[in-house]
Design a protein around this ligand. Structure first.
Ligand code: PLP
Length: 426
């Protein structure tokens, strides 16, 4: 009763609250599984921190060149140990996920090499990195070619096409774990392992890189446990735990990560330079919190799928599917519904809750886009956020939530706004 009154103060009607509770009562088993996985991952991170003797000295700020930055170097050991890799590059100088992927690709592909994506088109921003869309500074400009094997209609790997695409010049294979904003399924770590094994049977020395964005800590193992030579991601998604205000990581084979460091800073300098600017407490603590934060986001995604499916909306993934990333798409069917949904997410935010999101013509997109985000860190998508292009099938993609309770409020508010707009009736 107390809870219901507080929800009412926040703008959620008793009817919406009651429906939410009803949906939740069927999710106990699934939430327990998520908690068990978070428990395992929490201990995995703790073990890595203990083995690397994390102490207060590691939280000290460095400036300038950042030589002998023990906090930074030890954080990289903690990441490497957690993801079971030989080496790691974890830096605030990596500005975002796209940058991390760009460093990993451009450090390990030389003129004449070919890059292969065996999982269809990569994430939007990588089109310009690779040169699929003409762009200054692309890999293509540097003489690196690109090949792609599309997925089969059912979203599985087209092994014959992949085999055909692998040739003498194929140097690196990029595998995107999360569907991102595409309509294909997200791959499980096990599926990724099978794909890597297949590629390495054909070409044992090919480098397999996984774009791990949104996937970290969703399962108890990572692509680096199943043969990936490099895994790459953003610290304003899962592994930053909501506390990292910037940054990216590349974990993997020592020789490959070293090349990444030389590309990120400069040949000859590599991992030795790069001051931490006082960000170590946030990076360490964020990584420590990341398993539980990811679990909260996952609960939110599953709750949303179950709530909205019950109301007749198509959800991807659906209410019962297993999860391999934290993104939830809900097909709302109209512009008005997308606006109402995003208004609810925004209204539930700790920051900018009084702002009304409206669709706008964002540069680089062929339709208007709507976004809701009331985040502590600008653009952070481990925080509760929703967005989508205003076009068929009028799907909002929503993700994050630093706590499960906040994700829950956001979803209830989104439904409340749909009801207030007369789009949904209970
Ligand atoms: C977020 C994301 C990226 C990188 O995006 P940034 O906005 O540059 O951090 C790359 N790939 C996938 C699948 C992503 O989800």
């Amino acid at each position: 009763m107390e809870n219901q009154q507080m929800y009412q103060a926040l703008g959620v009607s008793p009817a919406v609250y009651a429906l939410g509770e009803e949906v939740l009562s069927d999710l106990e088993q699934r939430f327990r599984e998520i908690d068990r996985r978070a428990e395992y991952n929490q201990n995995k991170v703790l073990l890595a921190m203990q083995r690397n003797r994390v102490n207060a000295a590691h939280f000290a700020a460095t400036t300038g060149y950042g030589y002998n930055d023990e906090g930074r170097d030890n954080l990289e050991r903690v990441y490497a140990e957690t993801f079971h890799t030989e080496a790691a590059l974890v830096r605030p100088q990596i500005t975002c996920g796209t940058h991390a992927l760009t460093v990993a690709l451009s450090a390990n592909l030389l003129p004449g090499d070919e890059l292969l994506s065996p999982v269809g088109a990569p994430y939007d921003t990588l089109e310009e990195v690779i040169g699929i869309r003409e762009s200054v500074g692309s890999l293509r400009e540097y003489g690196v070619t690109y090949a792609q094997a599309d997925l089969l209609p059912d979203g599985t790997f087209d092994y014959p096409a992949i085999e055909k695409a692998i040739n003498a010049r194929t140097k690196l294979i990029t595998i995107q774990r999360s569907k991102g904003y595409a309509t294909r399924p997200t791959f499980s770590v096990q599926q990724i392992g099978e794909l890597i094994a297949f590629c390495k049977r054909i070409k044992p020395d090919v480098i397999c890189m996984v774009d791990n964005c949104y996937g970290e800590f969703v399962e108890t193992c990572e692509p680096s446990d199943v043969g990936a030579d490099m895994i790459v991601g953003s610290l304003i998604k899962n592994p930053g735990g909501g506390l990292a205000p910037i940054g990216g990581y590349i974990c993997g084979r020592k020789d490959l990560v070293e090349r990444c460091a030389y590309r990120l800073s400069a040949p000859g300098l590599g991992q030795e330079v790069g001051a931490n600017l006082g960000l170590m407490p946030a990076f360490y603590q964020g990584f420590f919190l990341a398993p539980t934060v990811t679990a909260g986001a996952l609960k939110g995604a599953i709750f949303a799928a179950n709530l909205y499916e019950r109301l007749g909306f198509r959800c991807v993934p659906n209410a019962t599917e297993s999860r391999h990333d934290i993104i939830q798409a809900v097909e709302l069917g109209s512009r008005e519904a997308m606006v109402a949904f995003c208004k609810g997410i925004q209204a539930a935010a700790p920051v900018d809750s009084y702002v009304d999101p409206i669709p706008w013509a964002m540069p680089g997109y062929d339709s208007e886009v709507i976004m809701a985000a009331g985040a502590f860190v600008q653009g952070s998508s481990i925080e509760l956020s929703a967005d989508g292009p205003i076009r068929e099938p009028y799907a909002v993609y929503f993700q994050g939530g630093l706590t499960w309770y906040h994700a829950k409020l956001g979803i209830l508010m989104s439904l409340q706004k749909l009801i207030d707009a007369g789009i949904v009736t209970l």
